[in-house]
Design a protein around this ligand. Sequence first.
Ligand code: ASP
Length: 330
Amino acid sequence: MQKRIHILAMGGTIAGSAGDSAATTGYQAGAVGVADLLAAVPQIQQVAEVTGEQLAAIDSKDITAGLQLKLVARVRELLLDSSVDGVVITHGTDTLEESAYLLNLVHFADKPVVLTGAMRPATALSADGPLNLLDTVRVAASDSARDRGVLVVLNNEIHSARLVTKLSTMAVETFQSPNGGALGAVNDGQVVFYHSPDSCHLSNALSVSEQLTKRDSLPYVPVLYGHSDDDGRLVRMVMEQGAKGIVYAGMGNGSIPERVEKELAAAVQAGLIVIRASSSAAGMVTKAEASYEQAGFIASGLLNPRKARLLLQVVLACGKDAAVLRKFLA
Ligand code: ASP
């Protein structure tokens, strides 16, 4: 019997439409509906029994926490629905890694949830969306994808939601996992896994996902991007604006200029949770300086700043404290 795969369409370049087939910029993201996306790849019907649903039709740079939570809620329903074997999400690439990471945090089933997108609009010469979609359905329908958490498939590669990131502004091979590499590939239609991801779901993912379905926003947690001559004034400003936590994207191994460190330490004293992440594209953020530990900052480990932000938002939304976060990131 064919696997039953449900597609949630969110918009993005994969559903982008441009007047000129040679154009790969200046198009309207999210203009092509899910029925047309599927119609462009009739081969999908040989792989699985596929149904589609339009959840949004946006350029993913505009995604809000409200919409991310709607996605979490709908995926939760599908994971609990015994008539669905796997979920595919078509999503703009700009924030794809964020939605994928959020879904992975609260993933509680062995069913595959697989996200894809495209770097060239549907109307472009050599559009990458159709094959990405076909490969993604192949992965979602594959028994070998079960129990591997939320996955991201583009350019014939399979990545974990936790480690994947968009590295290049325009290349079709933009999605990479600099810390660990791809989990697998789709070679000429054949799904192959090289290794399994560390799951890194929240231990109580089923109940956390339920709590999230009752919300339409998440606590305010900005990412502050470190740079030379940073004097820390932005820390004070975001605190005045009601930040509940801060992710500081420091240099290298999460290094923080002394003046900023003082402000962030004051933020911890005032009750905020502060995560040290890095603006570097690869590598892990470790505890590093003793003063960072004394101040109570939490190292982001392998999480990039945007993923660390989502984790902190979910932890805060569930009323959990720094100790829980520290343990999760250890
Ligand atoms: N701006 C687009 C989006 O994220 C880019 C893409 O999908 O490739 O929706």
